[in-house]
Design a protein around this ligand. Structure first.
Ligand SMILES: [Zn+2]
Length: 219
């Protein structure tokens, strides 16, 4: 068993867009967190889309081959959605863009979500008392993971929630030279340029600094 992938990247500020960031270049090499069935399930867990129990149920109901096929279909969905985001980022999403969302709509129609009423998660001590739920219940969407396609359902849900709520004017690609990450700029002035200041922001600063040193001084 090898699991040498670094932690997955969640910097977009919204899950539907972090779907694209499952293909990223944390250092030099492009890494795909969806390149095989096991890595795909691990990404889903890191994204909070699957619990350990969900993974166990999925593995009991599907063969490794079927899970690998689901990962391949997910990669196809991701690259289709990357094209959609690239075509529309920077401007408001118009209603007629709906006609381009066929692959997403087909997945949503196949979803077999059911609802489960559960005890509310224990409130963390850091939360303000006004945030404590008024009841001890929590309504959770669940799935039975009977078919390989069902593994794509929570991803489709995330993408659908994103396209139905995000302001595409503020969807951006990181300005880092070799960076392939996308994010939703939620800063007040919408001036965010980098996936993260610690990575691409600093790299750009260092490059600008070196460029200044190389230039002959003007008087
Ligand atoms: Zn970046």
């Amino acid at each position: 068993m090898k699991n040498s992938l670094p932690s997955a990247v969640f910097i977009a500020g919204v899950l539907g867009l972090d779907v694209l960031n499952s293909l990223a270049r944390p250092v030099d090499e492009l890494i795909d967190w969806w390149s095989n069935g096991n890595d795909f399930l691990s990404w889903m867990k890191q994204a909070g889309l699957l619990t350990d129990d969900d993974v166990a149920v999925a593995k009991a109901n599907m063969s490794a081959k079927e899970i690998a096929r689901a990962a391949a279909n997910a990669r196809e969905l991701r690259e289709w959605f990357r094209g959609f985001v690239k075509a529309h980022m920077g401007t408001s999403l118009k209603a007629n863009a709906l006609t381009q969302l066929g692959p997403l709509k087909r997945l949503l129609e196949m979803d077999e979500v059911f609802w489960s009423l559960e005890p509310a998660p224990a409130p963390s001590s850091k939360r303000a008392s006004s945030d404590v739920p008024a009841t001890g219940f929590h309504l959770r969407a669940r799935r039975r993971w009977r078919k390989p396609e069902s593994l794509l359902a929570p991803i489709a849900e995330g993408i659908a929630q994103f396209v139905s709520s995000a302001d595409f004017r503020h969807v951006k690609a990181c300005a880092g030279q070799n960076c392939v990450l996308f994010f939703l700029d939620r800063t007040r002035r919408h001036g965010r340029r980098w996936c993260s200041m610690a990575v691409c922001g600093n790299r750009a600063k260092q490059e600008a600094h070196l460029a200044r040193l190389r230039k002959p001084k003007l008087r």
